[in-house]
Write a protein of this length. Sequence first.
Length: 150
Amino acid sequence: MAKSQASYSKKENEKKRLKKQKDKQEKKEERQANAKKGLALEDMMAYVDENGNISSTPPDPNKKVVINTEDIQIGVARQQDVVDESPIKKGTVTFFNDSKGYGFIKNTETQESIFVHANGLISQIKEGDKVTFEVEMGQKGPTAVKVSKV
């Protein structure tokens, strides 16, 4: 007689597959038995209390706070356009490297440090000089141009 084609591991795999199938069917039946179909609308409602927590009971109407929709800000408020009367600013050279051709000027009004490149110079400058300049936006931020010694 011929031997059976089913080996031990094949039998075990078949048992596992059948057990898994049976467990799946039991879970399906349990879900159907515990299904909450046909609930009333009130049973499905969720409420948010005054602290922002979700609850099953409606909030107390006495604690209701009225919020004006115009007062709600989403994102960052727009920055007002600052109109600068005089484009020419005054400052002091805090650092300048002649060999590399760049430095920094400290604005006397805002105490802001502004980058300056040798290409933006009208006259030669060195550290400690009082200068006038205009500010333009460069690749990496504000840059002083038309820089001249006072």
